[in-house]
Ligand binder design. Structure first.
Ligand code: HEM
Ligand SMILES: *[C@@H]1O[C@H](CO)[C@@H](O)[C@H](O)[C@H]1NC(C)=O
Ligand SMILES: *[C@@H]1O[C@H](CO)[C@@H](O)[C@H](O)[C@H]1NC(C)=O
Ligand SMILES: *[C@@H]1O[C@H](CO)[C@@H](O)[C@H](O)[C@H]1NC(C)=O
Ligand SMILES: *[C@@H]1O[C@H](CO)[C@@H](O)[C@H](O)[C@H]1NC(C)=O
Length: 326
């Protein structure tokens, strides 16, 4: 008699979890944000690039069925997850940093903090650690029960994308042209592979020629780094200061030194160009708009059922007590 009542209560509690709010863990796990920052900082001291790699998770998580940590699930015999999708395979990295954060949180407050919220907190901290803006994050997300490689392939943009395509893609998530340009400024930190730029060095749009938007001297540098027979896993900074979150990325775009086609196209396309120009001369404006964009992207949610995973890589074992978000 008591048990169904408890389930009912649980249902209500978790249903309101979908309403994201500031200070969500203040009672259940008051040290949550401190713990995330602490472990993220240690990871960054160990390997500076990990800040970029972890921050990228927010994009690859939130665009695929909302911010639900679906991209952290390992494949199982019954489920092909997102880790091997086109955008993620041989490219997403630093999954172990999230594992370390989760482990520390499970020690302090078992079963309380979702992996989806870890991604949001750690991304914010990664940006701040590397010199970028700080912002408060709303929390209370649930972790997905499944993941889908197809869903990732259907939505995550290729480095070949042009600005027109990206504007349209972001608008499907209610993200504006300004959000698109500001969020692309995430490429102020981190690295990309030759694999992602071979076509623009040697055969842009099937022309047999390089992308004419690349500054000729930069093109020679890139060709040296990525000759036709290169190991395409060789990497280079996405801007001239890949360890520092600043507006150098936009200065590079203005001078034709953007690494990815999807970056440089933001300068060559009239609709996005004005924002690139502004950010290249006003770092404060970029920081403000970037933080706003990250908050908007962090609000994306699905209506799928969720849970607080105990291990970010695997869904919990279920005994008929699956919790539904809505
Ligand atoms: C606008 C569309 C976007 C496209 C087409 C795109 C594409 C890419 C590509 C191709 C790479 C390099 C992957 C590789 O060569 O292995 C990359 C790296 C990265 N992306 Fe994006 N991206 C986009 C937007 C974003 C957003 C919105 C964020 C975060 C807010 C983000 C964060 C990052 C970071 C931090 C890296 C470097 C990661 C590392 O060093 O491990 N990107 N992106
Ligand atoms: C942008 O890319 C889309 C999709 O790949 C393509 O259909 C379109 O023609 C491109 N637009 C421009 C201006 O190159
Ligand atoms: C975008 O906004 C509209 C109107 O507020 C809303 O109905 C829709 O669900 C939003 N889409 C996403 C992906 O958040
Ligand atoms: C360039 O791409 C086009 C279209 O994809 C292809 O037909 C052509 O063979 C490529 N050229 C070279 C030199 O790889
Ligand atoms: C990069 O490295 C991975 C794993 O080490 C390998 O499987 C893959 O084929 C390489 N990719 C490219 C484009 O060379």
């Amino acid at each position: 008699m008591f048990y169904p009542f408890l389930l009912f209560l649980l249902h209500i509690t978790m249903a309101s979890a979908a309403d994201l709010r500031y200070g969500y863990y203040a009672k259940a796990c008051p040290k949550a944000e401190f713990i995330v920052r602490d472990v993220m900082k240690k990871a960054w001291i160990r390997e500076q690039r990990s800040a970029a790699s972890v921050m990228r998770f927010q994009f690859h998580d939130c665009f695929v069925n909302g911010c639900d940590a679906s991209m952290l699930l390992d494949d199982t015999p019954n489920m092909l997850g997102e880790k091997l999708s086109l955008a993620n395979i041989n490219s997403l990295r630093s999954y172990e940093v999230v594992d370390e954060i989760k482990e520390a949180l499970e020690k302090a407050c078992p079963g309380v903090v979702s992996c989806a919220d870890i991604i949001i907190m750690a991304s914010r901290d990664a940006v701040y650690l590397t010199g970028g803006p700080y912002w408060e994050v709303k929390l209370g997300r649930l972790d997905s029960l499944t993941a889908s490689q197809k869903a990732s392939d259907a939505v995550m943009p290729s480095p070949r994308s042009n600005a027109t395509y990206l504007i349209d893609l972001f608008s499907r998530f209610n993200l504006s042209v300004k959000d698109l340009v500001a969020l692309s400024g995430s490429h102020s930190i981190g690295k990309g592979r030759c694999f992602s730029i071979m076509f623009r060095l040697y055969n842009q749009s099937g022309t047999g020629l390089p992308d004419p938007a690349i500054d000729p001297r930069f093109r020679e540098e890139l060709k040296k780094l990525c000759p036709p027979d290169v190991d395409q896993n060789v990497t280079k900074g996405l801007d001239a200061t890949p360890l520092k979150f600043d507006n150098q990325y936009f200065k590079d775009l203005v001078s034709g030194r953007g690494f990815l086609n999807s970056d440089q196209t933001l300068f060559t396309t009239p609709q996005t160009r004005e924002f690139v120009m502004q950010y290249s001369i006003n770092q404060e404006l970029f920081f403000d708009d970037f933080a706003k964009g990250m908050e908007k992207m962090g609000d994306l949610q699905s209506d799928n059922p969720g849970e607080i995973r105990r291990n970010c890589r695997v869904a919990n074992q279920h005994h008929g007590n699956t919790v539904w978000e809505s």
